[in-house]
Design a protein around this ligand. Structure first.
Ligand code: ACO
Length: 430
C-alpha cells in the first residue's frame, strides 16, 4: 500500500527545501493546492438495455439487475472512438473551467482501451484541442486509473512544475468485450469524463491520496495484448477476462480500507465526509462496502444502473452527474475511490471548490467560449498543415542514396513494362 502525499495546509510543496519549509510554516497560504475547476462528461448516444442483451447472450434482465444493479449501458457506434468521447468531455471541462487549451501544461488520459498503444490517446487529445504547450501521456491502472492520474496532476501542481492539467478517464469497453462471455459482456459500457486541475494558494482541492497495487492478483482481471508469449485457455487476445467472485471480494475489502486511509491521511473523520464517489462496478459492492464502513449506502453516489462499468471513466462521469444533481456543494469533502485490474486501487479526498470562481455571463462568457472555439479550429488546420508539410518535405528531402535507389527501382520497373509490351527479341530482330 503506497500512501502518496498529504496536501493539507502546512504540509506539501517545497517539503525537501529548508527555505521553502520555513516559508511554508511561516506562511501556509504559500503552499500550492490543486483544485478541480472544471468537469465534463460524454457518453455515446446508443442506449443498450438488459432486455436487448437477452437477445445476444444467455442472460436475463432480472439476473443482471439483481446481481449488479445495472439496467442499461451506452455502447459506442462505429463512428465513436475513445478519442472522440475524451475530446468532447475535455471540451466541456475546459468550458466549465474557462481555461484555454493553450494554457494547459499537462494532459493525462487514464484508459485501458486506447486506439493504439502508441501514439497515446493523450497526444491525440492534445492535438485536437490545440494544447500546444502541454505534455501528454496515457496512464494505465485499469479502473483505478482516473484517481491515479488525478494524483499525478495534483502532485505536479503542488511542486509548481505545472499550473494547469487536464485529467481524463475514457474507455471504449465494448470493443474489448467478448460478447459470448455472459459473465463480463453484460457489465461494461463506454464513456469519458474529464476534469481541469488548477493550482491555487487557497486551501482545499485534493487533500490526500492513497494508491495501491497487488500484482499477485494479476490473473483475476485483465485484457491480454500483443506482448504475451502465451494466452491461457479461456482467455482471448484483446478481450476482457475476469474472475467475478474474487474481484467482488477484493473490491469490498479494498474500498473500505482505502477510503479509511485516505480520510485519515487528510486529517479528517468519516463524519467530515459528505459524499463518496466510487468506481461504478456493481451496486452490491457498494451495499457491502457501506455496511463494512458502517455508513448509509446513500453516502455512495451511484449511477451504475445507467452506464454499467465504464472502467477509468466511471468516477469522472459519476462526479459530473453528482455535481449536476446538487449532491456536491462548495466546501464539501468528497472521497473518490477506485479499484480494478492489476490489481490496483486508489482513493482521494477532495475539498470541493474551496474557492468557487465567479462564472462569466453574457458577453464575457461568449467571448471566452469563442476564443476556445478559435483554438479548436486553429488546431484542426494546424494538424492538416503539419501533415501536408511532412509529406511534402519527405518527398523533397529524401536522402540522396534513397533517392538514387528509388530512381533505379523506377527505371527497372520501366524496363520491365517495356519488355512486357515490346519484348527484346521483337525490338532487335536478328
Ligand atoms: N446472466 C445469467 N447468468 C449468469 C450471468 C449472466 N450475465 N453471468 C454469470 N451467470 C451465472 C454463472 O454462470 C453462475 O451460474 P452457475 O452457478 O450455474 O455456475 C451464476 O450466474 C452465478 O455466477 P457468479 O459469478 O457467482 O455470480 P455473482 O453473483 O458473483 O455475480 C458478477 C457475478 C456480477 C460478475 C460479480 O461477481 C461481480 O460484480 N464481480 C465484480 C466485478 C467487478 O467489480 N469488476 C470490476 C472490474 S474493474 C476493472 O478494472 C475493469
Amino acid at each position: 500500500m503506497g500512501e502518496n502525499g498529504n496536501l493539507r495546509k502546512g504540509h506539501g510543496e517545497g517539503g525537501g527545501n529548508p527555505l521553502s519549509m520555513v516559508r511554508n510554516i511561516l506562511n501556509p497560504q504559500h503552499i500550492r493546492h490543486a483544485h478541480i475547476t472544471g468537469w465534463g462528461m460524454e457518453v455515446p448516444n446508443r442506449v443498450v438495455t438488459n432486455a436487448e442483451l437477452e437477445a445476444v447472450v444467455e442472460t436475463t434482465d432480472e439476473w443482471i439487475r439483481s446481481r449488479t444493479g445495472i439496467q442499461e449501458r451506452r455502447i459506442a457506434s462505429e463512428r465513436d472512438s475513445v478519442v472522440t468521447l475524451a475530446f468532447e468531455a475535455a471540451r466541456k471541462a475546459l468550458d466549465r473551467a474557462d481555461v484555454l487549451p493553450t494554457d494547459l501544461d499537462m494532459i493525462i488520459v487514464a484508459t485501458s482501451t486506447p486506439e493504439d498503444i502508441y501514439p497515446t490517446t493523450a497526444s491525440r487529445i492534445q492535438n485536437l484541442l490545440g494544447a500546444t504547450r502541454a505534455g501528454a501521456f496515457d496512464l494505465s491502472a485499469a479502473c483505478s486509473g482516473f484517481v491515479y492520474a488525478l494524483n499525478m496532476g495534483a502532485q505536479a501542481i503542488r511542486t509548481r512544475s505545472i499550473e494547469k492539467a487536464l485529467i481524463i478517464g475514457a474507455e471504449l469497453n465494448s470493443r474489448v468485450l467478448d460478447w459470448n462471455d455472459r459473465g463480463t459482456c453484460v457489465l461494461f459500457g463506454d464513456g469519458a469524463g474529464a476534469v481541469v486541475l488548477e493550482g491555487s494558494e487557497d486551501a482545499g482541492g485534493l487533500l490526500s491520496c492513497v494508491l495501491g497495487s497487488d500484482g499477485s492478483g494479476a490473473e483475476l482481471l485483465g485484457i491480454p495484448t500483443v506482448g504475451r508469449s502465451s494466452i491461457p485457455d479461456g482467455w482471448a487476445l484483446h478481450k476482457i477476462h475476469m474472475d467475478g467472485r474474487e474481484v467482488f471480494r477484493f473490491a469490498v475489502h479494498i474500498m473500505q480500507d482505502s477510503v479509511r486511509q485516505a480520510i485519515d491521511a487528510a486529517g479528517l473523520g468519516m463524519n467530515d465526509i459528505q459524499l463518496i464517489i466510487p468506481h461504478q462496478a456493481n451496486q452490491r459492492i457498494l451495499t457491502a462496502a457501506a455496511r463494512a464502513l458502517n455508513i448509509p449506502e446513500s453516502m455512495f453516489y451511484s449511477n451504475v444502473h445507467r452506464y454499467g462499468n465504464t472502467s477509468a471513466a466511471s468516477i469522472p462521469i459519476a462526479l459530473c452527474e453528482a455535481e449536476r444533481e446538487g449532491r456536491i456543494k462548495p466546501e464539501d469533502n468528497i472521497v473518490l475511490v477506485g479499484f480494478g485490474g492489476g490489481l490496483t486501487w486508489a482513493a482521494a479526498v477532495i475539498q470541493w471548490q474551496g474557492v468557487p470562481r465567479p462564472q462569466k455571463r453574457g458577453l464575457g462568457a461568449a467571448l471566452a467560449q469563442s476564443r476556445r472555439e478559435v483554438q479548436y479550429v486553429a488546431a484542426f488546420w494546424r494538424d492538416r498543415a503539419m501533415r501536408t508539410y511532412r509529406r511534402v518535405e519527405a518527398s523533397l528531402r529524401g536522402s540522396p542514396a534513397k533517392n538514387a535507389a528509388m530512381r533505379e527501382e523506377r527505371e527497372k520497373k520501366r524496363r520491365k513494362r517495356d519488355d512486357l509490351v515490346d519484348p527484346p527479341n521483337d525490338r532487335n530482330p536478328k
